[in-house]
Design a protein around this ligand. Structure first.
Ligand code: SF4
Length: 324
């Protein structure tokens, strides 16, 4: 690692790519949490004579690529920091994905994990991580195995989970007693906990602590159930098509509209790039919203939405509830 940031921004790889492609202008895109660490990259590229644009928009995932904006700007390359490739289609301009691995000494946290699991009487443990931490799973595997634990990591993904994809946890769930999620915040671990019927614990390299996600999971499930029950009474639904490249699904939205109309409900097609309550709340005549993009928008924000907001899975549950 050649930068002072606690994240490996892979400067050498970026410079090599820029040279080999003869790039003159780049657009850099990163989640808000990584933007404070972009100064060195900006300065290095600028001093090499490259025109650098940094996207000031929020960026939540690889589903949200600014390749179209890069093309408009005349940038020869998009440097997308913090995520891997998500979209199945080809990007509009050459795109370099930099996962931004978090660099930290984890020996104390490994020791804490050993003590924690012993205290809980857990012997078989599955490991997953958000992308910034997936490289460090190897250290946990070694530390836990050398202390007598059976440890499972999904081979296909290397243990990486996204907010909307927890296959890495689902595939090992049958052979372990609990899942440890290495990463900060609650977002990814909550995704795991919602789809895997096992205790899920967050091993947080930023705070150096281990914590349980169960209480939050119960709160979220209760809110989800409330939203589905409330939506049952709704007459007018707003079906939201999200325009972000990896979230766009107009056909699914049209199918949902059809399903609603078949049940004597009205469905208004809405389109938005950024979905939040500020945007939705002005549609005062809509009783409930169904978001066909990121499934986490409704899960993580139901508390601040003033009306029931469902994702596609919730919508399937709603149909069952309506049919009684
Ligand atoms: S769809 Fe949502 S959870 Fe999935 S990568 Fe995009 S922002 Fe993250």
């Amino acid at each position: 690692m050649s930068n002072a940031a606690p994240y490996d921004l892979e400067y050498e790889k970026i410079i090599n790519e820029i040279k080999s492609r003869g790039v003159r202008a780049v657009l850099i895109q990163a989640p808000d949490g990584l933007k404070p660490h972009l100064k060195d990259l900006w300065m290095k590229l600028s001093s090499a004579g490259i025109t650098v644009y940094i996207s000031a928009d929020p960026c939540y995932g690889g589903c949200d690529l600014a390749d179209g904006i890069g093309r408009k700007l005349g940038a020869d390359m998009l440097i997308h920091i913090g995520h891997n490739k998500f979209v199945k289609t080809e990007e509009e301009i050459p795109t370099l994905y930099i996962p931004a691995s978090y660099i930290a000494n984890l020996s104390e946290l490994v020791k804490k994990s050993v003590e924690f699991l012993k205290g809980k009487g857990i012997k078989r443990v599955g490991l997953v991580a958000s992308l910034q931490h997936v490289h460090s799973l190897r250290i946990f595997v070694e530390g836990l195995r050398s202390n007598g634990f059976e440890v499972a990591v999904d081979d296909a993904t290397g243990g990486a989970v996204l907010g909307c994809n927890v296959e890495a946890a689902k595939r090992i769930a049958g052979s372990v007693d609990a899942i440890l999620h290495v990463g900060g915040g609650d977002f990814h671990a909550l995704g795991v906990a919602l789809y895997v019927e096992l205790p899920v614990y967050i091993v947080d390299p930023y705070r150096g602590e281990i914590r349980d996600i169960e209480k939050l999971k119960r709160k979220i499930l209760a809110r989800r159930w409330w939203a589905i029950q409330e939506a049952k009474r709704a007459q007018i639904f707003g079906v939201v098509v999200v325009t972000k490249g990896g979230q766009f699904n107009r056909d699914l939205a049209l199918l949902i509209k059809k399903e609603l109309e078949a049940r004597e409900k009205k469905a208004l097609m809405l389109v938005a790039d950024e979905v939040n309550w500020e945007r939705l709340s002005s549609l005062t005549f809509v009783d409930s919203f169904i978001i066909t993009g990121c499934p986490r928008i409704s899960i993580d924000n139901q508390e601040i939405f003033g009306k029931p907001v469902l994702n596609v899975e919730d919508f399937k549950e709603l149909l069952k509830v309506i049919e009684g």
